[in-house]
Design a protein around this ligand. Sequence first.
Ligand code: BG6
Ligand code: MG
Length: 219
Amino acid sequence: PITAFLFDLDGVIVDTAIYHYQAWKRLANELGFDISEEFNERLKGVSRTDSLDIILEHGGLTLPDEEKTQLAAQKNQWYLELVSRMTPEDILPGVANFFSQVRKANLLTAIGSVSKNAPLILERIGLSDTFDAIIDGTKISKGKPDPEVFTKGAAELGVSPAECVVFEDAVAGVEAGRRGGMFVVGLGSPDVLTQADLVAPSLEHLSVQEVLDRAQAVS
Ligand code: BG6
Ligand code: MG
């Protein structure tokens, strides 16, 4: 049976995905090129250092490590300026209602985010004490699409991967959940999240029962 739901944070619970994009775009512009929204799909769910490598390759730049460290820090500073204004009102529509169904169903919950800023964001939006486990970018050595963030989440909850459902807005995150042996709900466009087991525009468009029915049908 399904006993646990593992949630990505950025783009699933809160719309920080747009802030990551704005900060990376600003960095690319300063370096003399641009990134599109379509290109940005490749950055979603990917760690800070891996994202920078993908962006620099896109711009045709090869830079020494010290400079890359500085650029990553600059991007994070801009990102934090955007995030610092966040409040519980920034929680995405449907999340509160979905979580109350999750509690009624007695499911275990975890955050599986490669962001080192995840604890800060959870605090800003008032959800620090909502989850049974929080795996963030400081607890993992490999970012998505590696499954580590989700397999660690399952381990911390004391459940097997087959008992877990992953909720993801990113191509890399969907792949991570699938490689971890979990049922994956993609939140976004079915044209983008082609590897997900089930796709909906957002948590607002899903019920817990519907997810459990679909996940248990394939297990
Ligand atoms: C993920 C985001 O959750 O965290 C990525 O989807 C981001 O866009 C990654 O690069 C790392 O985040 P941070 O906050 O550690 O730079
Ligand atoms: Mg995400």
